[in-house]
Design a protein around this ligand. Structure first.
Ligand code: ATP
Ligand code: MG
Length: 524
């Protein structure tokens, strides 16, 4: 089908009149470049033997997507006053580009899934819900309507019961659809399926959950039928973004007492006793954890998830912006819709600055749309009084956030460098499974030496110090070394390592963060 679109355009361009030639050439060029990238991607996609090939194919598709998007923008900039026949031709070309764009995005979504799950098969649910035949839509259908129709069809074809991720990954692969994606991609893309040819999307045995689901609240509603939500994406979220057992507890985290207290008040207790925390005590809808890198922001968010027993959606902003080029906006919509269905829930966005930074003119359109969608969805949180969704963000660059974003995080908690007590407790914790000879005084001395170290700097320091005893041993003896022959770790090892492992957070950035905290943060 790509080939057909390209040939037609070649003929069209030869017929065009001279005065419109340059415009035509520009979007025609984008289409041609996009087509070239996608053809190469298809070849690679079909032949792909390894994850690397798939990654390469995905990169080529993405380059094709960018060219097509540019082409579509160029066409949209053509003045409305052009002659009717030319307008018709540009419309036709635009439709073709949109179709190709959609197909390429679908392949990207498939490949993405394969790469992320490290499997060469596409789950049946994804195939049926990402139908390749956008050409089955009448040409006159607007892209938005086509997209909508597609989602609706997808929901009809294979309704998916909302189940835990384990259930989905076990149940969503009926044996007969377990074919490698590459054996079908070209065939599907190159032929033009008729409307009646939808039989391949005929209801398959729906990947339903067993009748005894893990949590009662996930059984009642049907995620496949979520309004305006791509059900394949909803499945992906259930499969990969929900993280209900991060295994981090309050005790795992040394120090940070005031942050723990604030999180307990605003997240954990309200989740456990919602009837107490109403009215003025109603919890905030957005919490921002900010502070220098490596001090436990991500750890704290995970501890909140474990301790509050809510559905925890853990997604990093870079996943939204890079892995999902062009899909981020859809993913954001699906994310919030799932959070609504599975509430009480926490949506945790790590590195939130990269999606809520001030919007710039130079950035890619897809990113701008993603940011806008995120703000819209975030605004929607809490509009229903019984809605229990919390958005938690973490950043070490809070200064980058725009004011509109900041308004949505009324509670802003600084996660600072560990103080002396926290450093001692962290060091104790790090050494607890190793033989060492450090007493309380030694720990205090090491803590003194490590003023200005972050939590992750301390972890690196302890790792280096633990190598001290090994470095003293003749390298030739290392292979046959017995455990009891290794001497215990001492204060001197730490003193040596302090010269090698230096603190990673510069004073200037600490000063900036402190200034920001004074101005905007919760400084309790
Ligand atoms: P970034 O801003 O770079 O994302 P972060 O603040 O999210 O950093 P974490 O990922 O939570 O930092 O912590 C990094 C590592 O440092 C942890 O895996 C852990 O080993 C160690 N660490 C940091 N802070 C603490 C702490 N308070 N208690 C125990 N370990 C810690
Ligand atoms: Mg982090």
């Amino acid at each position: 089908r790509f080939a057909m679109a390209n040939d037609n355009d070649g003929n069209d361009s030869r017929k065009r009149s001279t005065n419109s030639e340059s415009d035509v050439e520009s979007y025609q060029d984008f289409h041609r470049k996009g087509y070239d990238y996608i053809s190469k991607a298809l070849t690679m996609d079909e032949a792909s033997q390894s994850m690397r090939d798939r990654q390469k194919a995905m990169d080529l598709y993405l380059q094709g997507i960018v060219e097509l998007e540019r082409g579509i923008i160029a066409i949209e900039n053509v003045p409305p006053s052009v002659p009717e026949d030319r307008a018709r031709r540009t419309d036709k070309l635009r439709d073709k580009m949109l179709t190709n764009l959609e197909l390429a995005r679908e392949r990207v979504a498939d490949l993405n899934l394969q790469i992320r799950t490290n499997k060469s098969t596409v789950p049946a649910t994804t195939k049926s819900k990402f139908p390749f035949g956008s050409s089955t839509m009448p040409r006159t259908t607007s892209p938005a309507a086509a997209q909508q129709k597609k989602f609706n069809n997808a929901a009809k074809v294979a309704p998916v019961a909302p189940v835990s991720r384990r259930q989905i990954s076990v149940n969503s692969r009926p044996a007969e659809t377990n074919k490698p994606a590459r054996s079908t991609s070209r065939g599907r893309l190159a032929t033009r399926p008729s409307v009646s040819g939808r039989s391949e999307g005929k209801p398959e045995p729906s990947p339903r959950a067993p009748s005894t689901p893990s949590t009662p609240r996930t059984t009642r509603k049907n995620l496949g039928a979520l309004k305006n939500v791509d059900s394949a994406m909803a499945n992906l979220i259930l499969d990969q973004i929900i993280d209900n057992s991060p295994g981090v507890y309050w005790d795992t985290i040394a120090g940070q007492q005031s942050a723990k207290q604030a999180l307990q008040e605003t997240v954990v207790w309200p989740a456990l006793r919602p009837e107490v925390f109403t009215g003025l005590r109603a919890p905030a809808k957005g919490i921002l954890l900010f502070g220098p890198p490596g001090n436990g922001k991500t750890l704290l968010a995970k501890a909140v998830a474990t301790e509050s027993k809510q559905t925890f959606f853990n997604i990093s902003a870079s996943t939204l912006t890079s892995k999902w080029v062009g899909e981020g906006e859809k993913l954001v919509r699906a994310l919030f819709a799932c959070a609504r269905e599975l509430q009480p829930s926490i949506i945790f966005i790590d590195e939130v600055d990269s999606i809520l930074s001030a919007r710039k003119d130079s950035e890619h359109d897809a990113i701008r749309r993603l940011k806008t969608e995120f703000l819209i969805q975030f605004d929607g949180v809490g509009t229903a009084s019984d809605e229990r969704i919390l958005v938690m963000g973490a950043t070490n660059l809070p200064q980058e956030l725009d004011l509109a974003a900041l308004r949505r995080f009324p509670k802003r908690i600084m996660i600072s460098l560990p103080d002396e007590e926290a450093r001692i407790s962290m060091l104790r914790n790090l050494l607890k499974n190793h033989q060492h000879r450090l007493d309380q005084n030694d720990f205090e001395e090491v803590a003194d030496l490590t003023e200005g170290y972050s939590g992750s700097d301390l972890a690196a320091l302890a790792k280096d110090a633990a190598m001290g005893p090994i470095r003293e041993i003749d390298p030739q003896l290392v292979p046959t070394l017995k455990h009891k022959e290794i001497r215990p770790i001492t204060k001197a090892d730490f003193q040596n390592s302090v010269n090698r492992i230096r603190p990673s957070v510069p004073q200037s950035s600490l000063a900036d963060l402190d200034a920001w905290a004074q101005k905007f943060g919760d400084c309790t």
